[in-house]
Design a protein around this ligand. Sequence first.
Ligand code: ZN
Length: 116
Amino acid sequence: MHELGIVFYIIRDVKQAAQANGVSKVSAVVMNIGEVSTVVPEYLTDCWRWAADKEPLLQGSELKIIPVPAVTHCQDCGKEYETVRYGKTCPYCSSGNTFLLKGNEVEIKEIEVPNN
Ligand SMILES: [Zn+2]
């Protein structure tokens, strides 16, 4: 499963960050997940539950997902529009000369540690 591979990737990064900062327990990991990324948030949290509980550092930790709306930029008229609604064709000038500005991200935004 695609999401499980991503979860292992996240765990590796979190472990590195925890080690670098002398953190021994993580309570939550906050992720930015783009609207047009290929990640299904429900699968990702399911895989997280399964994989994170095998790691002492991450046992019981929560994966929080912040959805990032997809935005496309048109190079011909310079406007920005909703990718999911209009796709690759600019709704203002009908140009296909567009590129995705954001909405494809799968990245760690924050790592939360217990308060005490
Ligand atoms: Zn345009």
